[in-house]
Ligand binder design. Structure first.
Ligand SMILES: [Mg+2]
Length: 402
């Protein structure tokens, strides 16, 4: 069996109904104009094919996939580790290219695992050592008690709130609404203006709420800062979504014990091959795995489910309780949600395929966010999130009354 073709499909996906930061009615994030899913299909001369998904910067990743594709044509798709190395080597002259490279190699790698499962007529989790669990715990984004309660009614029992401003009050409201049966998480998304001292102060203020984890209290590249935050607070730290493009870029956070939870993005961490290695390294350091999935589409979610089913240190999987309504239409299957957990599929391969006629209705477009009217305006609150060095401290921390 030899690889005969590699195809890419860039899909312009709509925004999720709710994020940890804000609901769609509040303006949400600018994901609606920029959110894309890049699917790939690797077809063999036998007619069998596998599908994958790459994130990182989907439109750019598509170019990278098409650049790499000739390296796979004529190859035996069974030798995934060898082919992964061949693709990785091809990127060395380009500076390894970070999560874009991780997305491109990962999309192809994912398709090869799907293909192998179809060839052997067995689920991907069976190729990865078998299942430790039949369902994967999932958490929903919740910017308010009302949103969290709606997700609770769908079966979710874990919720993540986001943003720096007013986060302590937001978490207090969620805990008051949901009680101690709910797992709560916070994502600060590590804005570059947040000092280590303030991240520590925020972490201490969040300690009483017994979070499952505090995500990105600082930019994940601030390794020394993570060490200081870790030593100063009693809240599990999580990071890894932004720059985990393979085993080696995830390793510093794990090896130095800077995080309790590593968050590989199954669409840009170098594929299932690298996800497994990141998880194994994490296991050696008593770190748990909670994949990032904020911008991901349905194929990468299936890949994450198979990985999480087969590793001992699987903590929880991120997802939107209400995603773009087209999500279920561009593919052939949707994971079953059962009491807040995603049922691990038993179909051969990943258990999902592309719905090409539906995909054709949503062609890819511009990948870079165009700010809505107020965003990034100088001197406004919308500017402070990432652009302004610092907002007035009392405003940033939401304690103006104090
Ligand atoms: Mg995050």
């Amino acid at each position: 069996m030899k690889i005969a073709s590699v195809e890419t499909f860039l899909v312009h996906a709509g925004p999720p109904g709710e994020t940890a930061w804000a609901g769609a009615s509040e303006g949400g994030l600018s994901l609606g104009g920029t959110r894309h899913w890049l699917f790939v299909r690797v077809t063999t001369d036998s007619g069998l094919h596998g599908v994958g998904e790459g994130s990182g910067w989907p439109k750019v990743v598509e170019t990278a996939v098409n650049d790499l594709a000739p390296l796979l044509i004529g190859e035996d798709p069974r030798h995934i580790e060898k082919l992964w190395g061949k693709l990785h080597l091809a990127m060395m002259g380009h500076g390894m290219v970070g999560t874009i490279g991780g997305g491109a190699i990962g999309a192809l790698d994912m398709a090869l695992w799907d293909l192998k499962g179809k060839v052997l007529e067995t689920p991907v989790w069976n190729l990865l050592g078998g299942k430790l669990r039949d369902c994967i715990p999932a958490y929903a984004h919740a910017s308010s008690p009302k949103v969290a309660r709606a997700a609770w009614d769908m079966g979710y029992r874990a919720f993540k709130a986001g943003n720096v401003k007013g986060i302590v009050e937001k978490v207090a409201a969620l805990r008051a609404e949901l009680g101690s049966d709910a797992d709560l998480m916070v994502d600060l998304h590590g804005p570059p203006w947040l000092t280590v001292g303030d991240a520590i102060a925020m972490g201490r203020a969040l300690e009483p709420f017994r979070l499952l984890f505090l995500e990105e209290p600082l930019p994940p590249e601030n390794i020394d800062g993570y060490a200081r935050v870790r030593d100063a607070i009693s809240v599990p730290l999580a990071a890894g979504e932004r720059h985990s493009a393979n085993l080696w870029t995830a390793a510093p956070l794990i090896n130095r014990g800077l995080v309790d939870v590593i968050q590989p993005d199954s669409g840009r961490c170098g594929g299932i091959t690298q996800f497994r290695k990141i998880a194994a390294l994490a296991e050696a350091h008593f770190v748990q795995v909670a994949p990032h999935a904020g911008t991901l589409g349905p194929v990468a979610e299936f890949a994450a489910i198979h990985c999480m089913a087969s590793i001992p240190n699987a903590l929880i999987l991120e997802r939107f309780a209400h995603d773009w309504e087209g999500r279920s239409r561009v593919v052939t299957a949707t994971p079953e949600l059962r009491e807040g957990r995603l049922v691990v599929p038993d179909m051969p391969g990943l258990g999902v395929d592309l719905n090409l006629p539906e995909i054709a209705k949503h062609p890819g477009g511009h990948n870079v966010g165009v700010p809505s009217t107020a965003s990034y305006a100088a001197g406004t609150e919308a500017e402070y999130v990432y652009v302004q060095p610092r907002w007035q401290r009392t405003t940033a921390f939401g304690h103006e009354e104090n």
